[in-house]
Design a protein around this ligand. Structure first.
Ligand code: SF4
Length: 285
């Protein structure tokens, strides 16, 4: 399986619970950024530019745990900055696992050995190791469980447009990725890959992936910042989700970010039998 069965079942249960109580704009993933400092300085990383004045800030442990409680999302992606540099990374991870959150640590892996000596393996824990620009697919030989591809984050704060894929460049690139997904454990959904190839349209669901960092709740989405809000509720009240859902903002122009659009795919699961069967077959293979 490309994604753990338990994660998919928990996600399905959570979505049914939210819908039962009439919630429409609920998060599936919390992007928890307890710090923005990093031990690398990659071209194309918006965080180290946007937060350069507060790069030394670290979120208190209690604040990080209560952010997870506030959002209530079943998946917590601990990112940053480099999350393994966060001074409370071990108790934070353990605290989230105790809360039965599916924890994904997004890391460059430089400090991974030290971390895995301190935290037991758990069905609630996995690592997203970021690798940029590999021409050959070396990951199969490493025995990874899955590979997540993204057409590149076009951060609002970065002005160097040349390093990102343009909308018109995406179809050719992702036709090749969709072909590779037949033989490799690419975990992007087939529906999202159809969107990247240009064979179908999707609306965005930025509320499915919410971001909390030392400055507060960042809205409206992972890439663009209108402000930081003290509470999750304030961020919701301040954001016109329908405006961003329909990609009207100029800053959405070239964006096909997986966190916005894979959220749409997840929310639509079950609406179309053919699509749903494709998704099940993809994840079971
Ligand atoms: S399309 Fe969605 S994820 Fe992309 S910038 Fe707009 S609101 Fe954010």
């Amino acid at each position: 399986m490309r994604v753990p069965l338990k994660l998919m079942l928990d996600l399905g249960r959570y979505m049914r619970r939210k819908r039962r109580v009439g919630e429409k704009y609920f998060p599936l993933v919390l992007m928890l950024e307890p710090l923005h400092a990093c031990n690398l300085a990659c071209i194309g990383c918006g965080r180290i530019v946007e937060y350069k004045d507060t790069i030394r800030d670290q979120m208190p442990l209690e604040e990080a745990l209560s952010a997870a409680d506030e959002a209530d999302a079943p998946i917590v992606s601990i990112c940053g900055g480099e999350p393994l540099m966060y001074k409370h990374i071990v108790p934070l991870t353990k605290g989230l696992i105790e809360r039965h959150r599916h924890v994904q640590i997004c890391t460059n892996a430089l400090l991974l050995e030290r971390f895995i000596r301190q935290v037991e393996p758990s069905p609630y824990l996995c690592f997203n190791v970021h690798i940029d620009g590999m021409r050959d697919k070396m990951l199969g030989a490493l025995g990874v469980d899955g590979m997540l591809l993204t057409p590149g984050y076009h951060y609002q704060v970065l002005t160097n447009d040349d390093i990102y894929l343009k909308r018109e460049e995406m179809p050719a690139k992702f036709k090749r990725v969709r072909k590779l997904a037949e033989d490799y454990k690419i975990i992007n959904t087939p529906i999202y890959l159809d969107y990247l190839v240009g064979e179908r349209d999707l609306l965005c669901s930025p509320w499915t992936t919410v971001t909390r960092n030392p400055q507060g709740w960042k809205g409206p989405c992972y890439l663009i910042t209108n402000g930081h809000y003290k509470t999750f509720s304030q961020m919701h009240e301040a954001t016109d989700w329908e405006y961003y859902r329909t990609k009207q903002d100029i800053r959405c122009r070239d964006c096909k970010l997986h966190s916005g659009f894979e959220g749409t795919v997840a929310l639509q699961f079950g609406e179309n039998l053919k699509d749903s069967w494709r998704m099940v077959r993809h994840y079971m293979s």
